[in-house]
Design a binder for this molecule. Sequence first.
Ligand code: XCC
Ligand code: SF4
Length: 634
Amino acid sequence: MGNCYDTSNNCLINKAHDENIDLVWDRYEKMKPQCGFGEMGICCRICLKGPCRIDPYGDGPKEGICGADADTIVARNLVRMIASGTASHSLHGKEIAKTLLHVAKGETDNYKVKDIRKLKNIAEKLNIDTEGKTINQITEEVAMASLMDYSRLENTPCNWLSNTLTKSRLKKLTDLGVALNNIESSVTDIMSRTHMGTDADAINILLAGLKCALGDYVGMQISTNLSDTLFGTPEPIISESNLGVINENAVNIAVHGHNPLLSEIIVDVADEMEEEAIKAGAKDGINIVGVCCTGNEVLLRRGIPLATNFLSQELAILTGALEAMVVDVQCIMPSLAKIASCYHTELFTTMPDAKISGATHIELNEKNSVENARVIIKKAIEKYKMRDKNKVLIPKRKSKVIAGFSTESIIKLLSKIDKERPLKPIIDNIVNGNIKGVVLFAGCNNVKIMQDNNFVTMAKKLLDNNILILATGCAAGAYAKNELMNSEATFKYAGEKLKEVLTLLGKEAGLDVPLPPVLHMGSCVDNSRGVDLAVALANELGVDLDQLPLVASAPELMSEKAISIGTWVATIGLPVHIGMLPPVGGSQLTIDVLTSKLKELLGGYFIVEENPIKAANKLIGIIKEKRVDLGIEP
Ligand code: XCC
Ligand code: SF4
């Protein structure tokens, strides 16, 4: 059986069963019971003498064949997860930085700098002198300063680390020896030190994990900022979300994955090819919909409707009305190929490092992206003619979404109230308690948790307590689908005081309606936007990040990327709630480091709480404490 908070999906889950198609929930059931050693992180496969397993309870082995104990094994496994997350996010940023460099050198016609103001702001942030330089020169220097963060030999911190945090935070990181200088060497370092017979000191291993996780942060800053330069900085935009956005009368194409380099082109080319689709009988032309973070990217910049987040990605195909799904990298279930083969849907892979057997591979690179996007869309139009009307079932539900809350757009909005000090209205409202605090929700869905339930349950409780919510990634997807990102949600769920503030801000923004109580900041890499806002607030208040009434939460975490995000968020000083224990249960030492030790050293720490109501209450308590420490009304 499926397990979604949103019951409008159930008809598709039942359809899958009627058609003998296994979904993620079915495969999970078949996987049970899952390996207890794996769950606790005490299985080691790092060398061929193994696998070794530590007995956590009985009188079985307490050390591996080489002598590694549970702490060493758990810490090594954990930091390898961090390294994978960092590799994924930072490579995403590197692809975009390389594209920007090629734009600067005139080596590609398919991309250009769309947001010159953002480019100049970045140059200023990175201390690049722009006086008398052409746009191409500035673009090249910004791209090179970013690429330098992947390759620096000197032991000075990354450009995107030292110029984006508070001064006191940078000092704390430097003092602890984790102020990262080079993203890629930090990943290499993790792989090397966790090789059999190298680092066996769990604390030393975990410290390297903190440093590597900061590479995830730097990669996100690069991804977000350089994407804004190429494709524009998001502004508030109205759209829709949930599977109901799939249009029976259109050629439906889903874009799924993470990298906007591909989806932006697909959206552009689809506009040109509308007529062809109409000629093929689709009276509404071409309808692009988004899945996961690629979906968030094009929702924020282009208003493309978001069909679903991670866990229900398979259901988009089950509607029987999807002609093509175009994927790039990360969070793409390999099962999609098999499910697509039960329908007329064609699955396209587009990246050389992310092929799926059973899918059609059409590579989209800088040189051919427009041309090949046309090929993909042409094939999708042909597929439309093969759609079996008897197999179409599109759930009706879709909700209105106001998205596009980049830091810039928030500050622009606030400057309508106070031109000189745009952050002042927010700070005043935090100080007087109209906004008690802020929670940033991020991270995935996990099949072990009812889809979206933790997100929605926690949000309702927090909003009622006048706590503002920011969201990214699949967290944002959960709120978009479930009607928490529109003005009606403000009336329904926001506490009285928060409602007043959001109503005033909506008016100032010229929206005529209140701002939504959950602000969509973008994809997972756009967690950097949340940091930018927090750093601006901290600087304005003259405090460090760990003093702000600001907490992060990933209540349905799943991927290795979520582990690396959570780790850097704690490292820069924020409390991080997670809705399930990652595979560290076999090492009390590791748990202590991630909770209490980290808190002593850096102010940030992990809180594990599975029950969403209890979790919300804990976050409310933490925000209260932070307010008391700041000397403002609790
Ligand atoms: Fe993937 Fe970004 Fe997680 Fe969603 S939230 S399941 S990582 S798509 Ni990043
Ligand atoms: Fe076993 Fe040690 Fe090899 Fe791990 S590294 S598999 S604990 S012998």
